[in-house]
Design a protein around this ligand. Structure first.
Ligand SMILES: Cc1ncc(C[n+]2csc(CCOP(=O)(O)OP(=O)(O)O)c2C)c(N)n1
Length: 447
């Protein structure tokens, strides 16, 4: 017979095994504002029945309907005209920062237009634009620390641009030329940068989420004061990996900010076919995580929310989920024609009436920090800059084809070496059938 040591809490006695669960769950309960009153309430024997749960019994048969909960509101600082929504939330950010943010948004938009056209002309194989999501990227990225590690999905080029990835590095990646960080191996827009702490993007949706949590856990153990930021779309949020990642982050108390870009569509799938609940942020409290829904078209709101989330992550080792409400103004990718599944009027509203770049532009004009002339100059400069780099990237050769055999493993296995040598011999005999002039020399001497 086992005799459990007893712990007495307000007349209730629970076993030691339950004690640990009790403490963990009580901490969680205390953190949720709607349950905060429990902190002072007496816990009776009847309440402590099931491991890890503290709540009342009820004799009222009530099926909980989610529609009875109020939808979580959207935090915003500027309205869609670029006017602060109230005097108390007047953005406190400095002129230099705001102008730099605006310029980065315009630069991203300019690059998108040129690269999109480039794909239409068959100069690159694929492209994905960031139209409509510029403030979501720049607002969040600018609130992070340089040492924070970022995992992205594929539609976060603005985050990289803000971090300092050069236009040249981006275009080289899209052209899969010698300057490409992936050595020409991945599709366009799959950027990455070790120097900028941005983990290389890969296509399978949501796989970055649990990996990002692992990194955040290692940051926690290292106590390095850094956080991880992990971006994903609301479509990717339906993947099993997203649930696993969020749940691990919550139970392991990881310093990670999840930034879900809810842009209304996952290719042709609208959100009403993606989920039935209150979007993605409602899942935060279900998992014991802090959450906030933000107007993703509002640079200031994104900045403030990310900054606050970061502070909480660092000071309390708690994950935060930010749901950024935005709209995918462009097609999903160059392989998509979105007019097949959504109206031109709908797109036009978000492009012309509630657009993050226009909103910030209006704010800057009102502040007297930008005018017609300086804006025109800025746009001309951005275009010149993009076109200059574009021409350079296009002129560069493709990488040494032998590189396709490198980095499969850290050390090249014998069989792979044999395949590489066989390819070399094959090209020596049949090279005229391949576009070798566009490539650097097939060279195996380096490895
Ligand atoms: C595991 C997996 N399933 C399906 C796909 C195909 N796919 C690529 S993008 C995409 C839609 C993703 O939508 P969302 O996460 O909302 O991001 P958005 O494109 O709107 O930015 C799908 C289904 C994939 N890449 N990986």
């Amino acid at each position: 017979m086992f005799i459990h040591k007893k712990l007495f809490i307000d007349n209730a006695s629970i076993s030691l095994t339950m004690q640990a669960q009790y403490i963990a769950f009580r901490r969680l309960c205390l953190s949720l504002s709607r349950l905060s009153a429990l902190g002072t309430r007496k816990v009776s024997v009847e309440k402590m029945v099931f491991p890890g749960h503290i709540t009342n019994f009820t004799n009222k048969l009530e099926l909980k309907k989610p529609e009875e909960n109020q939808a979580i509101p959207i935090y915003r600082v500027l309205d869609k005209e670029g006017v602060p929504v109230s005097e108390d939330v007047e953005p406190q950010l400095e002129k230099d920062y705001v102008l730099k943010a605006f310029r980065t948004m315009v630069l991203l938009n300019t690059m998108d237009r040129i690269m999109y056209e480039s794909q239409r002309q068959g100069r690159i194989s694929f492209y994905m634009t960031n139209y409509g999501e510029e403030a979501c990227h720049i607002g969040s990225a600018s609130a992070l620390d340089k040492g924070d590690l970022i995992y992205g999905q594929y539609r976060e080029a603005g985050v990289l641009l803000w971090r300092g990835l050069t236009l040249e590095e981006m275009m080289d990646q899209c052209y899969s030329n010698v300057g490409d960080c992936n050595k020409g191996r991945q599709m366009p827009v799959h950027y990455g940068s070790r120097e900028l702490n941005f983990s290389t993007i890969s296509s399978p949706l949501a796989t970055q989420v649990p990996i990002a949590v692992g990194s955040a856990y290692s940051f926690k153990l290292a106590r390095n004061g850094q956080v991880v930021a992990c971006y994903f779309g609301e479509g990717a949020a339906s993947e099993g990996d997203t649930f696993s990642g969020l749940n691990f982050a919550a139970t392991l108390d990881c310093p990670i900010i999840f930034i879900c870009r809810n842009n209304g569509y996952a290719i042709s799938t609208p959100v009403h076919e993606q989920y039935r609940g209150d979007g993605v942020v409602a899942r935060a409290s279900a998992l014991g995580m802090v959450g906030i829904r933000v107007d993703g078209n509002d640079l200031f709101a994104m900045y403030n929310a990310t900054k606050a989330a970061r502070q909480l992550c660092v000071s309390e080792n708690r994950p935060v989920l930010i749901e950024a409400m935005t709209y995918r103004v462009g097609h999903h990718s160059t392989s998509d024609d979105s007019s097949a599944y959504r109206s031109i009027d709908e797109v036009s509203y978000w492009d012309k009436k509630d657009n993050p770049i226009l909103r910030l532009r209006n704010y800057l004009f009102r502040q007297g920090w930008l005018n017609e002339e300086s804006e025109k100059q800025m746009r001309t400069d951005c275009r010149k800059q993009v076109m200059g780099v574009f021409a350079q990237s296009e002129a560069k050769k493709k990488p040494n084809p032998a590189l396709m055999f490198l980095d499969v493993y850290q050390q090249m296995p014998t069989r792979l070496k044999q395949q590489m040598n066989a390819t070399k011999e094959h090209l020596a005999r049949h090279g005229s059938n391949y576009p070798l002039s566009a490539y650097e020399k097939f060279d195996v001497s380096a490895f």
